[in-house]
Structures are given as structure tokens and as C-alpha cells.
Write a protein that binds this ligand. Structure first.
Ligand code: B12
Length: 222
């Protein structure tokens, strides 16, 4: 199989401009064009959608775009993720289920949705419980869906206490369940790195994934 060509810088810049303008049809056309050209979904997720959201975060931090613009871009990105569903659900599916949740107080849910969709792409049933999931409700959801793995997403390191409480309650109730951990909070080699290292050392069934590439390796061994 030949590797797909990388998404061009010009295409990314057009996508970012359309996202900042709230131009949903423009963004959708660009995504459809990439899909039609055979660009893999993972590349679209990472090199267009994630890259643009990270850049919008930087622009927001520097006061170059407003909170409203960021909110619009977030809402648009969630719509665009749904637009990619026909491609996800056309895959053959196996009887494997992944539940992905954001820890309590965590409102960044796009990454968690993307991860649940990535499981779908690999033939699993991926359920995203979205932002700010209370531990008790996560436990109810586990009882209901009987997942093979539970993934926890965290973007802000100051939610660590909530994360630990959540890991503790899931591990106590389901000691044999595999737990996956990921999100922007753990990126880099500073405090976030130390946090995932400490947590994975303390909870033997917890495994950290730095990227969709690492998750893909895990899924390909399934
Ligand atoms: C959009 C956004 C928001 C939106 C989120 C809307 C939504 N529907 O999700 C809203 C408005 C809620 C928001 C709020 C806040 N935000 Co904000 N936000 C962002 C922004 C711009 C983009 C996030 C995003 O969508 N990324 C795209 C996704 C695809 O990337 P991802 O989350 O990293 O996920 C990938 C991986 O991490 C991984 N992954 C994620 N989860 C998991 C789980 C598992 C199991 C696995 C295996 C992998 C995995 O896979 C994903 C795909 O590759 C970021 C900028 C950034 N650099 O991230 C800031 C950012 C994260 N926010 C920031 C801040 C400060 C805040 C607020 C505190 C602002 C405020 N003063 O109110 C609040 C906090 C709210 C809260 N309590 O959670 C800062 C954090 C800085 C820091 N020091 O930590 C950032 C970095 C912006 C910045 N540059 O300063 N935000």
C-alpha cells in the first residue's frame, strides 16, 4: 500500500481560516476533498482538526481571537466529526467496546470524542460520554455497556485529584478492567509526564497513550 501524501500547508491554512470564520460548508468541503483523495482519517483528525484546534488555543491565549471564536470553532469541529461518521460505521465491527469519558470538571471533550471515533474506525464500538463525567455515572455506564476498556481524558492537570478519585473508584469496582489514559494534560516532559508515570505505576491496569499513533499500535495488536 502506498502512503498517502501529507495534507498540504495550503489546505491546512484554508481549513483554519474557514474554521475561524465559522464557515461550516467550507470546512466540510475541505474534509470531503481530503477523504476523496484517499487521505486516512487519522491524518485528517491530527493534521487538520487537532492542529487547527491547538492553533486556535494559542491564538486565544495571545488574545488574537475571542472566546466566542474559539467556541464557534469547537462547535464546528464537533459537527465536522459527525460528518465523518459514515466512514467510521462502514467498517466491519467486532464485539469489543470502549467507553471514553472526561474526568469530573473537565470540559474539553473533542479529544475524547475523537478517541471514541478512532475505536470505531478500528472496528470497536466506541462510546464517548463527553465532558465532566461524574464517577458514579461512569460506573453506571460501565455496568450498562460492559466495555472491554475504559478511557479517561484530561486536558488540564489541575483535575488530577478528580482523575485519581475516578481511577480509584473504577479500579475498586472493576479490578480486571483495562483503563486507558490520555489527553493534553500529560503531554510534554514536565509535570504532566510525571503525573502519568506516577499514576501508571500506582495502578497496574492503567496505561497511558501519548497519541493516536500509540493507540493505533495497541488496537492493531487486538
Ligand atoms: C476548545 C478549547 C476549550 C473549550 C472546549 C470545548 C469542547 N467542546 O471540548 C472550552 C471553552 C470548554 C475550554 C475551556 C477552558 N479552557 Co480550553 N482549550 C480549548 C482548545 C483551544 C482546544 C482543545 C481541543 O479541542 N483540542 C483538540 C483535541 C483533538 O486534542 P486533545 O484534546 O489533545 O486530544 C488528543 C490527544 O490529547 C489524545 N487524547 C485525548 N483524550 C484522550 C483519552 C485517551 C484515553 C487517549 C488514549 C487519548 C486521548 O487524543 C486526542 C486526538 O489526538 C485548547 C488548546 C489546546 N492546545 O489544546 C485550549 C486549552 C486546553 N484550554 C485552556 C484553558 C486555560 C481553558 C480554561 C481554564 C479557560 C477559562 N479560563 O475558562 C477553561 C477550562 C474548562 C474546564 N474546566 O475544562 C488552556 C490550558 C492551559 C493549561 N495551562 O493547561 C489551553 C491549552 C489553551 C491555551 N493555549 O492556553 N477550552
Amino acid at each position: 500500500m502506498t502512503a498517502a501524501a501529507p495534507i498540504s500547508e495550503a489546505c491546512y491554512q484554508r481549513y483554519l481560516a474557514a474554521l475561524l470564520a465559522g464557515d461550516r460548508p467550507g470546512c466540510a468541503d475541505l474534509l470531503q476533498g481530503q477523504l476523496a483523495a484517499g487521505v486516512p482519517l487519522k491524518q485528517i483528525y491530527l493534521d487538520l482538526m487537532q492542529r487547527a484546534m491547538y492553533e486556535i488555543g494559542t491564538l486565544w491565549e495571545r488574545n488574537l481571537v475571542s472566546v466566542a471564536t474559539e467556541h464557534l470553532a469547537s462547535a464546528t469541529t464537533e459537527v465536522l466529526l459527525a460528518l465523518l461518521y459514515p466512514r467510521l460505521f462502514s467498517q466491519a465491527h467486532k464485539d469489543r467496546r470502549a467507553l471514553i469519558a472526561c474526568v469530573p470538571q473537565e470540559y474539553h471533550q473533542i479529544g475524547a470524542r475523537m478517541v471514541a471515533d478512532f475505536f470505531e474506525l478500528h472496528g470497536w464500538h466506541g462510546f464517548s460520554l463527553g465532558a465532566n463525567t461524574p464517577s458514579a455515572d461512569l460506573l453506571r455506564s460501565i455496568a450498562l455497556h460492559d466495555p472491554d476498556v475504559v478511557g479517561l481524558s484530561m486536558s488540564l492537570l489541575f483535575h488530577r485529584a478528580q482523575l485519581e478519585a475516578m481511577i480509584e473508584s473504577v479500579s475498586n469496582a472493576y479490578p480486571a478492567l483495562d483503563l486507558l489514559l490520555g489527553g493534553r494534560a500529560f503531554q510534554g516532559d514536565g509535570a504532566g509526564c510525571q503525573a502519568w508515570q506516577e499514576l501508571t505505576a500506582a495502578y497496574p491496569r492503567l496505561r497511558y497513550f501519548a497519541s493516536l499513533n500509540e493507540l493505533e499500535e495497541y488496537l492493531s495488536g487486538d
